[in-house]
Design a protein. Sequence first.
Length: 206
Amino acid sequence: MTDEVENEEEEKLVPEDTYLTAGVHIGTQQKAKDMESFIHKVRNDGLFVLDIDQTDSRIKTLAKFLSRYPSERILLVSARQYGKRPIEKFSDIVGAASIAGRFIPGTLTNPSLDQFIEPEVLIVIDPTADRQAVKEAVNAGLPIIGLVDTNNTLENVDFALPTNNKGRKSLALVFWLLAREMKLIKEEIDNRDEFDYEVDDFEQTL
């Protein structure tokens, strides 16, 4: 049994303890029906806990999916403060575009705006907080990837990445892993040890 556990540990992108220390599994005290399949358990204090195995697996799947697109046609959006540094660092490393803070209405739908861009895929830190971007991506027919916590619905989200989307360390780890996997898939590094960035590089300062 011990060997089986160790093998499972090796297959993860990082050891489970790394996910737990970063609080990737920490949900909220609200549970949306859409998120039931991603929830591992509910704690005695009423906090819902996300399934780390699914988070890990979906980061791998998402990295493969995103690697099929030209990097510059990937857009990341975060209205949340703690998402600013992670999406900007990710974008710098893989060559994607990012909008942190206020999302100007019409950015994806109004060609007369200076800010107008035409991405091929959208990633939002929180489908609720970033609902304007989601709405415009739906109108533009873009696939939408959402980082989703236990209280999020999956309406208009084409691919859900279950994670603590409110945590500073959680968001840093998720985007560090995603950037590393994409560099590996695109053969820009030969192995994960060649990735020259630390998780701290992705963490929003207080």
